[in-house]
Design a protein around this ligand. Structure first.
Ligand code: ADP
Ligand code: MG
Length: 325
């Protein structure tokens, strides 16, 4: 069983940022309004995620770390509204790191803690905590030293973690996120709200000076596919990674089709040395899109790629024209 979990971990957990992604998604699934992330050593020494969500009832705590135990029901396999990847994350993490979970539900008057090390689960014991859940992961990959060799160093791992948190945070403006590491990857994103203004404020919190005040709103629909969000052209040349955020049904994705459509839409108006800054949200019938092609990646397969591409290119061009660009 530990072996199977380690193989699954190889699929899902590539680096510390993958752990952070899974833990933060679990917190959001649990209805958290505050998510606090602490890392040390680029996440290889420590990752701790604390939330104020529903908590895990004591009888379910041991189940939560066993394989394919999920409390989340999907109506069908295409339902991607719930972010979890079917009960794999915690057992996978428990097989390659030292994992502890402390949790308290609204109806219990104390917390319970459980620990997993090298796949071995210790009995639950009482602990002190507020409502919600704290998941702590220490010594990631200690059980799979080969994987450790692929890590890129503290700075690179921290920045990958920062990127994961930013991507998720843009989709959840009403949730407060904090990220504290041993270096400069610190983030503090106070809750805004789930309105167009609130979402724009969250985007500005995340992107800082990269997202100018003159952002252009996008809101278009074609054959049941809705596109909302903001686009902008920064006034300076960007040397580092693109600030292009894309979401499908609320879930962060990196997708070639979407990136290509954005490039196409801006082709005529963008100076060579500049990149558009975008936060775009697609919502469509979950049955017409497949996001979880691979648990660790965020590729998307649209049933009608031409429709999605046409919608993005058309809507962005129209918005740019409307803004006199
Ligand atoms: P999945 O998210 O696909 O269900 P996980 O392995 O990530 O699988 O989590 C297993 C289960 O543990 C979840 O279904 C949920 O019941 C519980 N769980 C994990 N993290 C949290 C959390 N932060 N708050 C509440 N419940 C949690
Ligand atoms: Mg999960």
């Amino acid at each position: 069983e530990t072996m199977i979990n380690q193989i699954a971990a190889g699929e899902v957990i590539e680096r510390p940022a993958s752990v952070v992604k899974e833990l933060v998604e679990n917190a959001l699934d649990a209805g958290a309004t505050r998510v606090e992330i602490v890392t040390a050593g680029g996440g290889l020494n420590l990752i701790r995620v604390t939330d104020d969500g529903s908590g895990i009832p004591e009888p379910e705590l041991a189940l939560a770390v066993s394989r394919h135990c999920t409390s989340k029901l999907a109506d069908d396999i295409h339902d991607i509204r719930s972010l979890g990847f079917r009960g794999e994350a915690l057992p996978s993490i428990g097989s390659i790191a030292k994992l502890s979970i402390r949790s308290r539900t609204a109806t219990s008057d104390s917390a319970v803690e459980i620990a997993v090390e090298g796949g071995h689960v210790s009995p639950a014991r009482p602990a002190a905590a507020n409502r919600g859940t704290t998941v702590e992961v220490r010594d990631l990959f200690f059980a799979t030293p080969a994987r450790l060799k692929f890590m890129k160093g503290e700075r690179a791992e921290s920045s990958a973690t920062g990127d994961v948190v930013k991507r998720i945070a843009i989709a959840f403006p009403a949730v407060r996120f904090t990220l504290a590491g041993s270096d400069r990857s610190t983030l503090e994103l106070p809750a805004t709200d789930d309105t167009p203004e609130g979402r724009l404020r969250r985007i500005a919190q995340v992107m800082g000076k990269d997202f100018p005040d003159n952002a252009i709103p996008i809101d278009a629909e074609r054959e049941g596919v809705r596109l909302t969000g903001h686009v902008s052209i920064p006034s300076f040349t960007r040397a580092n990674a693109l600030q292009q955020y894309a979401y499908v049904n609320g879930r962060p994705v990196r997708d070639k089709l979407i990136a290509g459509a954005i490039r196409g839409a801006f082709a005529d108006v963008l100076p060579r040395d500049r990149h558009a800054v975008t936060a775009l949200f697609l919502s469509l019938d979950p049955a017409t899109v497949d996001v979880n092609v691979h648990p660790a990646k965020a590729d998307v397969r649209f049933r009608d790629p031409g429709l999605v591409r046409g919608l993005i290119v058309g809507a962005v061009r129209q918005a740019l024209a409307g803004a006199g660009i």
